[in-house]
Design a protein around this ligand. Structure first.
Ligand code: XMP
Length: 513
């Protein structure tokens, strides 16, 4: 690839992915590498700058992770963040010690004053809030460094050796709590490292298409399309590269939302690819008949999915390549940037090992989720596909509580559609990361017209979250909830009561089953 690269050297901090994302948001390609990566390997990547991340250790601890000293004499600009800053100081003649009292230990939002004459803070306001989280402090700043920012408690929040291009900040510029954090990173990239801003999704698309063509030659490629963002974008990219050498298998288990299967199929109609929609609704519903235990439902769906996929793959015959929609956070979290490819396919939809293929292609392996969405737009995928909220593999089967029937699924589909429709009309999508309806197995008495009803209770669920590991319930305005409730009970047969789920995760989970 021809673009400039910045290396984020990972010392175990919790925000390392965020640092890389910020760099890429600034239009500069960036990769996260473990601090143990041999210096020759890093030099071979020809980076324009290096960022040392934070980390939980103390630099003066003999067992703490250390940088290869060669990095300090190579002549490459370095930005050290938190632990990374202390690492710079420790290695270049400064002294870092444990804070003896609370005034030197800093945590949380801190008013900070910047020297805007320093390249790092050029063009930024002279003061702003930064996010601190450190128990050690720099007792002595190394020779050659000047102080470039301070707080009320700490004289050396940032240090700079402009001649060598070495900078260190005690705070975390990558987190949202820090004001102008991304601007500071941009200054490091453009003012110090000489970045040109050559990382664009348009370029990425062209390069990826060329590479896929070179690799695949005239071979056959198979992809399991779920309708989710990652597999859809991977499919669109490979379709653009190799057209009808690609077969997309879309297993329609009948547990999708309203019109979802048709929408996915329509989105791929413009490419000359082999699109197989395996209509397996009857099969799935018969296997699920009478099953009400959530884990059993999941197991049945997982197994049948693989069986259907396998049967379709067999019909296609010899397949050379399997495409997976693995994205960069999966790669970083697996702890090894160069993990064996054969392992990675287990984490995407649990696809079988026994499809006979030579190699796996992972064209999104280096992209963050927001970049995947951008790439989808470059490939002209419709916005509703690109911005799709997460949808669980078992689909609506885990949103119909208790046993599943086609009628219940249809009821839920319509109610869920109305919920989403009203959210869109109220322009609330940006505040809700995942939202859906759940058909409970509880019935209650109602009155409609002059008659008594005895029908189902529908629950609405919406959460606000970034990582989906913890989540807060969304404060949907009452008037929007009211509209949704009125519409659903009027338009959807067999629902006479609506409740809104106001539990966060934990203790609840996002899905009900
Ligand atoms: P929970 O309910 O555990 O869900 O709070 C966290 C996130 O994971 C999604 N989810 C799934 N995704 N297969 C998936 O692909 C599944 O079996 C599954 N179960 C839950 C859920 O929608 C939420 O985004």
């Amino acid at each position: 690839m021809s673009h400039q690269t910045v290396i984020v050297l990972d010392f175990g901090g919790q925000y390392n992915q965020l640092i890389a994302r910020r760099v890429r948001e600034c239009g500069v390609y960036c990769e996260v590498k473990p601090y143990t990566t041999p210096m020759e390997q890093i030099r071979a990547m020809n980076p324009i700058g290096i960022i040392f991340t934070g980390g939980p250790n103390s630099v003066y601890d003999p067992k703490s992770p250390q940088a290869d000293p060669a990095v300090f004499t190579w002549g490459i600009p370095i930005l050290g963040i938190c632990y990374g800053c202390q690492l710079l100081a420790h290695n270049l003649g400064g002294r870092v010690t444990a804070a003896q009292d609370d005034s030197a230990r800093e945590y949380g939002k801190t008013q900070t004053y910047f020297d805007t004459g320093c390249k790092l803070f050029r063009g930024l306001p002279e003061t702003g809030v930064t996010w601190m989280s450190h128990g050690d402090y720099m007792e002595k700043v190394p020779a050659g460094f000047t102080l470039a920012a301070h707080s009320d408690n700490c004289p050396n929040v940032a240090i700079a050796d402009e001649a060598r291009g070495f900078y260190g900040v005690q705070y975390h510029p990558e987190v949202n709590h820090t004001q102008h954090g991304t601007d500071m990173i941009r200054n490091f990239l453009y003012e110090v490292c000489g970045a040109k801003g050559d990382w664009t999704m348009g370029d990425y698309k062209e390069t990826a298409i060329r590479q896929i063509r070179e690799k695949v030659g005239d071979g056959k490629v198979l992809l399991a399309l779920s309708g989710g963002v990652d597999s859809s974008v991977a499919a669109a990219l490979v379709a653009e590269a190799v057209g009808n050498q690609l077969t997309c298998v879309f297993v329609d288990h009948g547990l999708m939302r309203l019109n979802e299967g048709d929408e996915v199929e329509a989105a791929f109609a413009k490419w000359d690819i082999n699109f197989v929609r395996a209509n397996a609704e009857d099969l799935f519903l018969s296997k699920l008949s009478g099953v009400s235990e959530p884990e059993k439902k999941r197991k049945i769906i997982g197994e049948e999915f693989i069986r259907v996929f396998e049967a379709e793959a067999k019909k296609i015959g010899q397949v050379d390549y399997l495409v997976q929609g693995t994205i960069y956070p999966d790669v970083i979290e697996s702890g090894a940037g160069d993990a064996a490819v054969i392992k990675s396919h287990h984490n995407v939809g649990g696809l079988p090992d026994y499809v006979d293929f030579k190699e796996i292609i992972e064209p999104l392996r280096m992209l963050f989720k927001d970049e995947v969405r951008q790439l989808g737009r470059e490939l002209d995928l419709p916005e509703y596909l690109v911005m799709r909220q997460p949808f669980p593999g078992p689909g609506l089967a885990i949103r119909v509580i208790g046993d599943i029937t086609k009628e219940k699924l249809d009821t839920l589909r319509l109610a869920d559609f109305i919920f989403r429709d009203e959210v869109a009309k109220a322009h609330l999508e940006g505040t809700m990361n995942q939202y859906f309806a759940v058909l409970t197995n509880m019935r209650s008495v109602g009155v409609m017209g002059d008659g008594r009803t005895y029908d189902y209770t529908l629950a609405l669920r919406s959460v606000t979250t970034t990582d989906f590991m913890t989540a807060d319930w969304t404060r949907i305005p009452y008037e929007v909830l009211d509209k949704i409730s009125v519409r659903i009970v009027n338009e959807v047969p067999h629902i006479n009561r609506i409740v809104y789920d106001i539990t966060s995760k934990p203790p609840a989970t996002i899905e009900w089953e």
